[in-house]
Design a protein around this ligand. Structure first.
Ligand code: NAP
Length: 329
C-alpha cells in the first residue's frame, strides 16, 4: 500500500507512525504530509528518514490510503481531492462524521458497513470511541435508554499547543495559551467551542455520534466534557439506563469477553482504570462497575483509554487494516 499520513508532525500523527510500525501495516511507500510550515522537515519511520511534503504533492502521488489528522478545515478541503484521484481517506477530524453520506466507524462495532465505494471514512471522536466500545456489548444485551456521561479529558486531546501550555505552566514559563485559562491545577468545563444550545461541540459529538455508530436512535446521550491537567488518556464517568435489568456479574463477564476492552474492577485491591495505566495501550479500560441505587436498570461505570491510540491512531489504522484485509482498497 502507498500510504499518506496527513498531519504527520502532530500529536496524533506521531502516534499514527508508531502504531503503523508496531502493527507492521503493509506499507510499500510512505508519504509524510503536513502544513507548508513543515515541508522539508525530516522525520523517521522504521529507521528510515523521510522528508515532509505538502498536500498538493501528496495528492499528485495518488496514495492508496490517506490517514488524516490535520484538523477539520484541512479535511474538508483536501479529503475530496484525494478521493477524486482514487485514494481512500480515513479522517480523524470532525469534518465528515455526521455527514449522512459518510460512514462513522469503530471497527469492533460496525466495520461491516464499509464498502469499496467509501472514499472518505470518518473516525469518531476520541471520547466517543472509548465510550461506545465499552457500551456495545451492554447495549446489545440490555438495550440502552439513556446515557449520562461526564468526561475528564487530557490536554493531549487538544494537540501539541495544549501539551506545551501545561508543560510551560509546570515549569513556570509564560508562553502561548491553547486554552482561555491556565490548565495546571485547574479543570475547564470547556472542550472545543460552545454551540448555540449552551453545550460544547465535544459534548454534542458524544451525544450524536453513538446513535450513528450503533445505527440506532432509540437511546439518547447527554454529556459534560471537562479538560483536566493529565497529559495522556481520557477518563469518563458513565451512567447508563437500560430497558432490561442486568446482573453485575454478567456485566463484568460480557465486558471481559469484549475484544479491545479490559475490566479493572476490584475495590478490595484498589483496582480501577486510570490514565497512567491506559497510557500507550490500545485497549479501553473499564471499572468502578456499580448499580445506580436511585433508579432501576441503571449502571455506573468508569471508562479510560489513551485518546491518541484507540481514540485516534489505533482506531484509524484498524479501519485501514479492515479495508486491506477485505480488499476494499
Ligand atoms: N489529540 C487527540 O486526542 C485527537 C483525537 C482524535 C482526533 N483528533 C483530531 O486529529 C487532528 C489533529 O489533532 P492533533 O492533536 O494531532 O493536533 P496537532 O498536534 O495540533 O497537529 C496538527 C497536525 O495537522 C497539521 N496541519 C495543520 N494545519 C494544516 C494544513 N493547513 N495543512 C496540512 N497540515 C496541517 C500540522 O502540521 P504542522 O506541524 O506543519 O503545523 C500537524 O501535523 C484534529 O482534527 C483533531 O481533532 C485528535
Amino acid at each position: 500500500m502507498k500510504v499518506a499520513v496527513v498531519g504527520a508532525t502532530g500529536m496524533v500523527g506521531e502516534v499514527m507512525l508508531k502504531v503503523l510500525a508496531e502493527r507492521n501495516f503493509p506499507i510499500t511507500e510512505l508519504l509524510l504530509v503536513a502544513s507548508e510550515r513543515s515541508v522539508g522537515k525530516k522525520m523517521t519511520y522504521k529507521d528510515k528518514e523521510y522528508t515532509v511534503i505538502g498536500l498538493a504533492d501528496a495528492v499528485a502521488a495518488k496514495p492508496d490510503i490517506a490517514i488524516f489528522s490535520a484538523g477539520g478545515s484541512t479535511s474538508l478541503e483536501w479529503a475530496p481531492k484525494f478521493a477524486e484521484v482514487g485514494t481512500t481517506v480515513v479522517d480523524n477530524s470532525s469534518a465528515w462524521r455526521m455527514d449522512p453520506t459518510k460512514k462513522l466507524v469503530v471497527p469492533e462495532i460496525n466495520a461491516d458497513v464499509l464498502t469499496k465505494e467509501d472514499k472518505i471514512i470518518a473516525n469518531p471522536n476520541c471520547s466517543t470511541i472509548q465510550m461506545v466500545l465499552a457500551l456495545s456489548p451492554l447495549h446489545k444485551k440490555y438495550k440502552m435508554k439513556r446515557v449520562v456521561v461526564s468526561t475528564y479529558q487530557s490536554v493531549s486531546g487538544t494537540g501539541v499547543k495544549a501539551v506545551k501550555q501545561l508543560e510551560n505552566e509546570i515549569a513556570g514559563i509564560e508562553g502561548e495559551m491553547a486554552y482561555p485559562y491556565p490548565i495546571g491545577r485547574n479543570a475547564l468545563p470547556h472542550c472545543d467551542v460552545f454551540e448555540e444550545n449552551g453545550y460544547t461541540k465535544e459534548e454534542m459529538k458524544l451525544a450524536r455520534e453513538p446513535q450513528k455508530i450503533f445505527n440506532d436512535k432509540s437511546f439518547s446521550v447527554t454529556a459534560t466534557a471537562v479538560r483536566i491537567p493529565t497529559s495522556g488518556g481520557h477518563s469518563e464517568s458513565v451512567n447508563v439506563e437500560f430497558e432490561n435489568d442486568f446482573e453485575l456479574a454478567e456485566v463484568r463477564q460480557l465486558l471481559s469477553e469484549t475484544p479491545g476492552v479490559v475490566v479493572q474492577d476490584n475495590t478490595a485491591t484498589n483496582t480501577y482504570p486510570m490514565p497512567i495505566f491506559a497510557h500507550d495501550k490500545d485497549e479501553v479500560f473499564v471499572g468502578r462497575l456499580r448499580r445506580d441505587e436511585t433508579q432501576p436498570n441503571t449502571l455506573n461505570m468508569w471508562i479510560v483509554a489513551d485518546n491518541l491510540r484507540k481514540g485516534a491512531a489505533t482506531n484509524a489504522i484498524q479501519i485501514a487494516e479492515y479495508l486491506v484485509a477485505n480488499k476494499l482498497v
